[in-house]
Ligand binder design. Structure first.
Ligand code: KIV
Length: 265
């Protein structure tokens, strides 16, 4: 648990049959606690847009947003792998722009790897250019939230046989291109298990069942904010925070806070 995690050691974990635990984080204190708790990787997800910035989807998250939060997280982490999401349009316009943006997340903000959404058919050139610059890349197939307008909502992908075959082919192509791992989001559990057996790189599932090599969840989804079927509340921090805020308001208004011990004489 104390070894520093690298993109290369991700692959060894799969070979050794060790499950990989990944959580998203967006700030220093949460990332520090996750690192201490033994997560293998902290993902600075562009879910930032929804769970921190109050947006409806991830499409408005910018490179400046990702850079700011990646720097906060990487400052807190000394052992886990820090993976930064490349936001919408930061790797779609040209391969050169993709390298510059991925390089910023690594060089300026301290990430150890980046994550790109989509198939090699759509992002292959950018993916190869980022890898050529020596930056490890995690792939992401199935439900890719940056394509939400195309999917028409957050829906399970790969239920139809032809879609399942396409997602398997996409995962294989990401492995062949050089990704060190691939996220499988919201796909049926049997398909995720099939992809996991077909690949030598680890699969990290979210809403993809227990047959993946590892799991990733959004931090807020384990702390009481989760609504998706795959979310599990490990601690109801949401209720605890709401209670603390209400108690503070009550005590200030009732004159109980500050008490004698909170005063300077
Ligand atoms: O942005 C994010 O948090 C993600 C995970 C849900 C995989 O991409």
């Amino acid at each position: 648990m104390n070894d520093v995690v690298t993109a290369a050691s991700f692959r060894r974990k799969k070979e050794d049959g060790e499950k990989i635990a990944v959580l998203t984080a967006y700030d220093y204190p949460s990332a520090a606690l996750m690192d201490e708790a033994g997560v293998d990787a902290v993902l600075v997800g562009d879910s930032l847009g929804m769970v921190v910035m109050g947006r409806e989807n991830t499409l408005s998250v910018t490179m400046d947003d990702m850079a700011r939060h990646t720097a906060m997280v990487s400052r807190a982490v000394s052992r886990a792998l820090v993976i930064a999401d490349m936001p919408f349009l930061s790797y779609h316009v040209s391969a050169a722009e993709a390298v510059r943006n991925a390089g910023r997340l690594v060089g300026e903000c301290g990430a150890h790897a980046v994550k790109l959404e989509g198939s090699t058919d759509r992002i292959g050139e950018a993916l190869r250019a980022v890898l050529s610059a020596g930056i490890p890349v995690m792939g992401h197939v199935g439900l890719t939230p940056q394509s939400i307008l195309h999917f028409g909502g957050f829906k399970v992908q790969g239920r139809e046989p032809q879609d399942a075959a396409r997602i398997l082919a996409e995962a294989r192509a990401l492995e062949a291109a050089g990704c060190f791992a691939v996220v499988l989001e919201c796909v049926p559990a049997p398909l995720a298990a099939e992809i996991t057996s077909a690949l030598t790189i680890p699969t990290i599932g979210i809403g993809a069942g227990g047959g993946c090599d590892g799991q990733v969840l959004v931090m807020h989804d384990i702390l009481g904010w989760g609504r998706a079927r795959f979310a599990k509340t490990y601690a109801d921090v949401k209720t605890a925070m709401g209670g603390a805020f209400a108690a503070y308001v009550r005590e200030v208004k009732g004159g109980e806070y500050p008490a004698a011990e909170h005063r300077y004489e």
